[in-house]
Design a protein around this ligand. Sequence first.
Ligand code: SF4
Length: 274
Amino acid sequence: MKKELTKYGFIQEIFSSFQGEGASLSGSCYGLRQIFVRFAGCPLALGACGTKGCVWCDSPKAQILKPKIFFVEKKAGEQEFKKVENPISVAQLVEIIENLKTPDLHSISLTGGEPLLQVDFVSNLIDELKKRGYLLYLETAYTENLSELEMVSSKIDYACVDIKDRSAQSAKDWKKLAEQELKMCRILQKNGVKVFAKVVISNKSTEEDFRYISSMCGKHQIPLVIQPVTPKKGLEIQPPAWKKIRSFTEIAGEYLSSEKIGLSVQVHKLINIL
Ligand code: SF4
């Protein structure tokens, strides 16, 4: 069974678009063309930290652990999809990526859900993509097993680690989760990955939590992106007021040099692309 899992993986969707998050910090691929491979399943939504995931989750479909089918964009950027059966082999996945390649492609975004939930499969995929010269961007929020992250770290070029504050309600013990996420940043940093941390803030985010996250990033000079939550119908929490945004970036400035602090909004949502 273990062997099977390394050969096959569960995907939610694959498409070509532009990275819409990250500001202009080291590690960010903001504004660059990417092929997005969205992996299925998220340990936070599956209760790994005692809750059902982030309240503002913008990829709820990717929380499903083993979907029967996934969606592949037929032609890069056209936003028309065909259905493909899960699970998929590394070879099939590489073929899909090659078909979505465009002359302006910068990198492959491994996102989710949580890519590290299928770390053996992801590791094999990375090996194949590296052989073909692709740059790799990892978007991750949580793995319990840091040695698994260690296994793939040296093969990744860029990474974004989502650090959750209390208002995200991603964990019963939010500080413990944030500490784990910082350890993930450190492992990636140690392995030469251009990594940054991203914290989504809302009207419910507190100065106390944000100061804690900033001080942790400051300790290891990990660039920090502050991203106001994107408004969504039916969502209880709302974006923070401008006053809060600027007071938070100023707090970050007490711990990090200015080129390591950025404000990010989900630009792809503003211009209505994937
Ligand atoms: S970690 Fe990502 S996929 Fe998982 S619940 Fe949070 S936002 Fe959704």
